[in-house]
Design a protein around this ligand. Structure first.
Ligand code: EPU
Length: 349
């Protein structure tokens, strides 16, 4: 087993924050994990599972042993009456996987095109965009318990998916056992419908459809539109470091929503099935005047206030401390103006 020491992490997190891992092991299969767990020096050490580093803020060097997931492979592994079951290794790049499914004639993931990160990270925060969430296409996953070395499989119900949430984001002890810092996802299986229907109805997508004058778009067209929308609105992490949306869109009661609208009639809000309302955090931050503002080299993206960006690169770039100071200042001003506490999305280490 090779434990790389003092490894630069700048290229392994999409914020491109400069930090180092004290120790890093590349995981290509379950045997690599079992070797770590059998090693007298590393078995008991705290561990941190790293996928594409696209939802991560590093505030210093990483002391836990980093397990960099590089499990590869993509294939159709089965079918049900209604769906094809497609499996991918946790280390596969998410967007490449989505493009591959379409090339195989297996639509269903096109609304989730261009989301940075790996397949293994997709269920952790139940990624979602343009009307589709991962849980809508999820079948099951295989993971390994880092405390016992046991392999296990979870279906959708066992993953306890919520909005940008799953069992992998919660700690805890039995009987309410969360899997935060406890599980390493090896493979994910997706259920892609044999009879495909486009998911439209999201304002940006509808605009694209109207522009194209296209009554019955194909999955490839939706994929292309989603890529165009994201490229126009969101910074490419290869060029400008960022971790996607930095805050979750808050949910409020109908009364709270009405109260805010009474003061700010332009509030962007969406009614949910249970009668509560989801508010656009980007709009709330924008309304507080944060778009384009910065703390040191950490900035609020000019075209989407929900995204914090690294204005520099390398040693001249943002520190994790600057990013978190900026995030804290945004939370304070949104709280002062709207009485809402914005919840952060990325993992802070
Ligand atoms: N808005 C503003 N000012 C801003 C930003 C947004 O007024 O600076 C307004 C927009 O005009 C729009 C509304 O807020 O009316 C919502 O904006 P947008 O459609 O860009 O979506 P979002 O709610 O900000 C969410 C997800 C994104 C996902 C998009 C599309 C979360 C936290 N974010 O963003 O996910 O791509 O919807 O489905 O739910 C991510 O999680 O990293 C991510 C990018």
């Amino acid at each position: 087993m090779l434990v790389e020491k003092n490894v630069p992490l700048q290229a392994l997190n999409t914020f491109h924050i400069v930090a180092r891992a004290h120790g890093l092991v590349r995981v290509r299969n379950e045997a690599d994990v079992l070797e770590v767990l059998a090693d007298p020096q590393w078995a008991q050490e705290p561990k941190f599972v790293l996928g594409g580093g696209s939802n991560l803020v590093l505030t210093g060097d990483v002391k836990p042993l980093v397990l960099k997931v590089q499990v590869q492979g993509r294939s159709v592994v089965g079918e049900t009456a209604k769906a094809w079951i497609v499996e991918a290794g946790a280390g596969e790049d998410w967007h490449d996987f989505v493009a591959w499914t379409l090339a195989q004639g297996l639509p269903g993931l096109e609304n989730l095109a261009l989301i940075p990160g790996t397949v293994g990270a997709s269920p952790v925060q139940n990624i979602g965009a343009y009307g589709v969430e991962l849980q809508d296409r999820f079948d099951a996953l295989d993971a390994i318990d880092l405390t016992t070395g046991k392999l296990f499989t979870l279906d959708a119900a066992q993953c306890a998916f919520g909005y940008r949430d799953s069992i992998f984001k919660h700690g805890g002890t039995a009987p309410l056992l969360g899997l935060k810092d406890r599980a390493l996802i090896l493979r994910v299986r997706f259920s892609l419908p044999k009879v495909w229907k486009p998911v439209l109805g999201y304002a940006d997508l509808d605009k694209k459809q109207a522009q194209a004058g296209c009554g019955h778009p194909t999955a490839q067209q939706i994929f292309d539109w989603v890529c165009e929308i994201r490229r126009a609105k969101l910074p490419d992490p290869a060029v400008i470091g960022n971790a996607g949306s930095f805050f979750k869109n808050p949910t409020v009661t109908a009364e709270q929503c009405a109260d805010i609208i009474a003061r700010d009639p332009k509030l962007v809000h969406y009614r949910l099935d249970d009668g509560s309302y989801k508010l656009a955090a980007g709009w709330l931050i924008d309304a507080c005047g944060w778009r384009g503002k910065a703390v040191g080299q950490a900035g609020v993206y000019e075209k989407q206030a929900l995204v914090l960006v690294n204005l520099g690169m390398g040693a001249l770039g943002a520190t994790g401390g600057e990013v978190m100071t900026l995030a804290g200042a945004i939370q304070t001003s949104v709280y002062e103006r709207f009485g809402l506490r914005l919840e952060t999305e990325p993992v802070v280490l």
